[in-house]
Write a protein that binds this ligand. Structure first.
Ligand code: B12
Ligand code: SF4
Length: 437
């Protein structure tokens, strides 16, 4: 079978734990183009597929795909020199001019790509003029980045159909058999960008402005409900998860509108801050089963303050006999650096026997404010070495088998080789004292 457009996700199919993660906006891009199209993981690519294809679209969102994307694009051009390669995503945007010089990629779409992608694909398939399409960096020209997603645009795109990517659908269906709802499942976009100003994160208003030329943009509640209803009707889907905490970002009224009726679904949900009992009940009433995750620090761990301990403990007590499972996202470095964080962690995790998920907020990303060439060199070299697979494997094992806090805590320590520090902490503080707040 031949295709006009092949989307290739640079992660291999064998990496089960993280291959399902494609940039959340890609389904909308692929839905919007009207041609023969398919999505594949890179290890499904074969010569026959590439020889007959006219366009390949590659996501380059997470920097560790830099090296794989270079290898894949060189391979594609060797097999089919006339193929058009389009890339997009955060890393592609931040390093666009350098990537286009160094990789065998023909076009990079900077920032939001919904509208430019359709125009570019149509132009390439129909030999139309492509020089006036916004947000493009090409080998021989570049256009102004003056397209960005608006609320109206966001509400018009389709995110709930993955039939164009059968291998991804298969993994998602398989993951539905996991014991507890996880993030390997259909995702529901709520907002792009974030209201918190974390200096290291592309989601922060300052960097969104720099990269996507806009502020946070959100989908109307009825569109989010449409996705929930669509996935509810799908017999193969048992649970969903959301991209961003809409209760925190959009407020209680929005949450009430989204969660106004019970769905034939379970949910995986990360709260950025501590919800009230009334708010948590909205979720308990709307979903069959809830896998809730909380952070010890405020604002999704990015805040300076710790959450109110009493409020967290009261909430966890309330949730004990409800149809849900509680998880705590922890930052290992905070445990060993800050006494109060450690106290809260030990008290909540051990007393409540909950799951732990390790959070690593310190991950470096290409800095759009620095010299592009040197950022490219640094991150390209890093991407050659980066093997985040063990980390994701660990996370999915935790979720799949629902290890209790102690065991997952040990796994976390193993990964980061901080056992020595832990023993030191335990030896220097009496455990009782450490858990007393
Ligand atoms: C939600 C989220 C996640 C979710 C994934 C959700 C998903 N399916 O996308 C989860 C929790 C799984 C996750 C994991 C990770 N994430 Co994350 N995540 C985010 C977050 C908060 C939102 C991302 C997002 O959806 N943006 C929405 C818009 C911008 O993207 P989009 O619609 O999908 O894509 C548009 C364009 O980028 C472009 N585009 C994207 N792909 C393509 C492909 C083509 C061909 C084209 C033409 C265009 C195009 O077009 C789209 C439509 O306009 C951002 C921070 C933020 N608030 O933005 C970090 C962020 C993307 N994550 C980041 C990181 C580092 C990670 C992890 C490595 C963290 C870790 N150590 O575990 C992992 C990697 C996941 C993996 N692939 O294995 C970094 C990426 C930095 C980088 N460039 O490398 C970010 C930017 C945070 C930061 N530190 O700044 N993440
Ligand atoms: S709260 Fe999370 S998504 Fe928002 S800016 Fe901070 S790290 Fe990024």
């Amino acid at each position: 079978m031949s295709y006009d457009l092949v989307y290739i996700h640079p992660t291999g199919l064998d990496h089960h734990s993280w291959s399902p993660i494609i940039p959340m906006g890609v389904p909308a891009l692929m839905q919007s183009v009207d041609c023969k199209k398919i999505g594949v993981f890179y290890d499904q690519v074969n010569e026959e597929l590439i020889r007959s294809a006219k366009i390949v679209a590659l996501d380059l969102h997470w920097y560790f795909h830099l090296y794989p994307v270079e290898v894949i694009s060189a391979y594609l051009k060797r097999i089919n020199p006339s193929i058009n390669i389009i890339a997009g995503g955060y890393t592609a945007t931040v390093l666009a001019e350098t990537i286009i010089k160094n990789f065998k990629i023909d076009f990079i779409i900077k920032g939001d790509a919904e509208y430019p992608f359709v125009l570019l694909v149509n132009g390439l398939l129909g030999n139309g003029d492509i020089r006036n399409i916004p947000n493009i960096v090409a080998k021989s020209f570049s256009s102004k980045q003056d397209y960005c997603l608006t609320k109206d645009g966001f509400s018009s795109y389709v995110y709930n159909d993955l039939s164009w990517f059968p291998a991804l659908e298969k993994i998602i269906h398989k993951a539905q058999k996991l014991k507890y709802p996880s993030w390997i499942g259909p995702w529901i976009p709520v907002s792009k960008g974030c209201k918190y100003q974390c200096s290291f994160c592309y989601g922060s208003p300052f960097l969104q402005e720099k990269i996507n030329k806009r502020k946070i943009v959100s989908r109307p509640a009825d569109k989010v409900r449409e996705d929930l209803l669509k996935w509810s009707r799908d017999e193969k889907i048992r649970y969903v998860h959301f991209i961003s905490d809409f209760l925190d970002s959009e407020g209680s009224d929005y949450a009430k509108a989204v969660l106004s009726a019970p769905y034939d679904l379970s949910v995986y949900y990360e709260f950025y801050n501590i919800p009230s009992i009334e708010e948590v009940n909205l979720f308990l009433n709307a979903f069959k089963y809830c896998h809730f995750w909380f952070t010890i620090k405020t604002d999704h761990s990015s805040g300076k303050n710790l959450n109110n301990f009493e409020a967290m403990r009261a909430l966890f007590d309330y949730l004990k006999d409800k149809n849900c499972r509680i998880g705590l996202c922890v930052q290992p470095r905070q445990i060993f650096r800050h006494k109060d964080y450690f106290k809260m962690f030990a008290s909540l995790a051990i007393r409540n026997k909950i799951d732990l998920l390790e959070y690593n907020w310190d991950i470096k990303v290409p800095d759009p404010m620095k010299d592009q060439e040197s950022e490219f060199r640094n991150f390209f070299n890093l991407s050659k070495k980066s093997d985040i697979f063990p980390y994701f494997k660990k996370r999915s094992i935790e979720i799949a088998y629902g290890h209790k806090a102690f065991f997952s805590f040990l796994m976390m320590l193993g990964t980061y080789s901080v056992l020595v520090k832990c023993l030191f902490n335990f030896c220097t503080q009496s455990f009782k004292e450490a858990t007393k707040i």
